[in-house]
Design a protein around this ligand. Structure first.
Ligand SMILES: Oc1cc(-c2ccc(F)cc2)cc2nccnc12
Ligand SMILES: [Mg+2]
Length: 214
């Protein structure tokens, strides 16, 4: 039967990227998406914004919602200090399988735990299953209608501390209007918009960085 796009992306990484070299994995995926098949990785332009926020925060605990094929997982993991706790959640088991192989090709398998399941189910389990008290940095890049319920879940579960940074992809395209309205109008967050473009296109998109004020 016909392969899937994530499987074809994995093949491109295994063929074109150097094992143990995260930069070459990132470049191979960007090349695949620009010249072979578009895919919903955060991409190079928004990926640079992600890099700068991760570097600025220098987190000890990280959560990513929406692993997909592991592109942003590799971007984040390559920047983390040793001993950082990094968890990424993915709903689709086929994506989990591909992501683990792409992360392993980059040599970053010991830096991150890929967990299969839905954010709504797994967020309340973070403390008991992974010994997390609070997250320093959270990257939201899953289904846009989960952004608002999940940020409320973080608050209810006591997973945010004063200064926790949340970065959300796709707040324009596909868009997360209720999430934007919430973080921009809540006195508990300081929000800033980073204009960019939908990965590998000229369509408008952007990322929203929100700092929890406690
Ligand atoms: O970065 C993204 C882009 C898109 C997407 C798909 C189709 C379009 F036409 C436009 C945008 C969907 C996404 N879903 C989950 C996480 N990230 C996504
Ligand atoms: Mg995205």
């Amino acid at each position: 039967t016909r392969s899937t796009r994530p499987q074809r992306m994995l093949k491109a990484v295994q063929k074109n990227a150097t094992k143990g070299n995260p930069e070459s994995v990132i470049s191979a995926i960007d090349y695949f998406c620009k010249h072979s098949e578009w895919a919903m990785n955060v991409g190079d332009e928004k990926g640079s914004i992600l890099d700068s926020v991760v570097t600025e925060v220098n987190p000890s605990t990280v959560l990513e919602l929406g692993t997909y094929c592991g592109y942003s997982t590799v971007r984040i993991a390559r920047l983390l200090s040793p001993g950082t706790k990094f968890i990424t959640l993915e709903f689709n088991p086929a994506n989990v399988t591909v992501a683990r192989q792409i992360i392993a090709h980059a040599g970053l398998q010991d830096k991150v735990t890929v967990v299969e399941g839905s954010s709504g189910d797994l967020i309340p389990q973070m403390k008991e299953r992974f010994g997390i008290t609070t997250f320093d940095f959270i990257f939201l890049d899953h289904w846009k209608d989960r952004y608002l319920p999940d940020i409320k879940l973080f608050e209810e579960c006591g997973l945010l501390r004063k200064g926790s940074v949340l970065l959300a992809d796709n707040v324009i395209c596909p868009g997360a209007p209720e999430y934007l309205e919430y973080v921009r109008n809540s006195p508990r967050y300081e929000s800033r918009y980073y204009p960019a473009h939908l990965e590998y296109t000229t369509l408008e998109d952007g990322m929203e960085k929100s700092v929890f004020l406690g």
